[in-house]
Design a protein around this ligand. Structure first.
Ligand code: ZN
Length: 467
């Protein structure tokens, strides 16, 4: 199957290519670049040696041999939370107004139909869509592990490996966050499509997840689906697994009030408190959603240095509420961003939504600076996914960067003094012009270098699992 051969060839990185082809140092010249702080720098030369940035110099003339990055260049963006197959739901879950439950029924229907091959095709097209949106690294929160009825594939990680191969084919990095998912609710067995998610018990999950192998573009982390789906002793097993491997650990947290109510009724404590008592919080951990929290939850999360991953366009789509992002950050939590249901793939939109949601909630402006929000989309997201060496434009960092073109009607009139605000509050994914990952240009002038026709690939992959 093509999926496996793609995984085996996963070692072809830009640095490998550079060594083999004698490319040496490649020079990129950015009209403007965000090197940190609240302003952009002008006339910036980025020297790339293999897959890393060798030098960054601002205020220089353009060398004749440099690749021109027309616009404002940022570090590559990290989408810290995705469920790739949810992309097939976009636009289909609003009939009759749509409820959370009609959305969930449709989600299970697609989950029942996917195979390793069809999931590879869908994820490859989605990750190419992400690349076109300036996302150079995705955190795939993966729980669709097994075949229909829960039967294991001959290769027990066929689905996870399909996702790793899909990211490679789309030219982006991935952290596969392999999720433990054992129950259909507190004390309830898995049923229907959920049978594909389960590994029987925590040891079954650990045994299978331990067989996953990283690649130059791929790292492996762990996930606890939620306190609804993973009983406390199993939470401990997954937390121990990630600690032993120094791997990222992600979990959905207090996405809905019903989750909190079920947890309080069963265990007499909130989800955050339960996760803390089973060693799931800490600097390698990321809590996704964190929407309905108590003051004690906020103190518990910040005291443990857990990152918060906000997914505002998904909360908006599913009517789940607005999480206390500013309170969490003020208490000391780092903020990352994710597309979750992939109803929207646009990290700029996620970034500005954090501020705009807060404005609606408080009837005040000015909670987050543009540079703070771009930091969430870049460095903090990469750190959450275990790529601390990406997400910044500096010597020694991985050569992942994205250029926002300034030629669209959205950005006409942009000026250097407020360039970051123009990007965060006016740009969209459609303004992403160029993307470089590991020193290799995968998007050039809005076109994906590895997939000729990304819309057609998405269309075919979605129809294959929905019609
Ligand atoms: Zn999610």
């Amino acid at each position: 199957m093509h999926v496996k051969s793609d995984v085996r060839t996963g070692g072809t990185t830009a640095s490998h290519q550079a060594r083999c082809t004698g490319m040496g140092v490649t020079r990129y010249y950015a009209d403007y670049a965000w090197l940190g702080g609240d302003r952009v720098a002008g006339r910036v030369l980025l020297e790339v040696d293999g897959d890393r940035i060798a030098a960054v110099r601002a205020g220089v003339d353009r060398p004749a041999d440099a690749v021109h990055l027309a616009g404002v260049t940022l570090p590559g963006m990290a989408n810290a939370h995705s469920h790739a197959f949810h992309r097939a739901l976009r636009g289909r879950t609003h009939r009759g107004g749509g409820t959370f439950w009609t959305w969930r029924e449709d989600m299970y229907r697609i989950a029942e139909r996917l195979t390793p091959d069809s999931y590879y095709a869908l994820a490859r097209a989605l990750y190419a869509e992400m690349a076109l949106a300036g996302i150079s690294c995705v955190g795939e929160f993966h729980y669709l592990h097994h075949g229909p009825g829960g039967r294991a594939y001959h290769d027990r990680n066929a689905m996870g490996e399909a996702l790793i191969a899909a990211a490679q084919a789309a030219g982006i990095r991935i952290t596969l966050l392999d999720a433990c998912y054992l129950a259909g609710g507190v004390g309830a067995p898995l049923q229907g499509a959920q049978l594909r998610f389960g590994d029987g018990d925590a040891d079954g999950w650990s045994s299978r997840a331990s067989e996953l192998r990283p690649a130059p573009h791929a790292r492996v982390g762990a996930a606890i689906h939620s306190v609804r789906a993973v009983p406390p002793p199993a939470i401990q097993v997954v937390a121990d697994w990630s600690r032993e491997r120094h791997a990222p650990l992600h979990f959905h947290l207090s996405e809905q009030r019903a989750e909190n109510d079920a947890c309080l009724a069963a265990y007499g404590r909130t989800p955050a408190r339960l996760l803390a008592e089973h060693q799931a919080l800490g600097p390698r951990s990321s809590a996704v959603h964190a929407t309905h929290l108590t003051a004690d939850d906020i103190a518990t999360l910040s005291g443990s240095a857990t990152t918060i991953c906000m997914t505002p366009t998904t909360e908006r789509d599913l009517a789940d509420g607005i999480g206390p992002a500013r309170d969490l950050a003020r208490a000391g939590c780092a903020l990352a961003l994710g597309s979750d249901s992939n109803a929207v793939v646009d990290l700029i939109e996620e970034a500005r939504a954090v501020e705009l949601d807060e404005r609606l909630r408080t009837e005040r402006r000015g909670h987050w600076s543009a540079s703070e929000l771009l930091g969430a989309a870049t460095a903090a997201g990469h750190a959450s996914l275990g790529w601390a060496d990406a997400g910044r434009l500096a010597a020694g960092a991985l050569a992942d960067f994205v250029t926002i073109g300034l030629g669209s009607v959205r950005l006409s009139g942009a000026e250097p003094a407020t360039m970051l605000e123009h990007v965060v509050f006016a740009a969209s994914a459609a303004d992403v012009r160029d993307v470089v990952v590991g020193g290799r240009q995968i998007v050039a002038e809005h076109r994906h270098a590895l997939l000729d026709d990304v819309p057609a690939a998405l269309d075919a992959a979605i129809k294959a699992v929905t019609l």
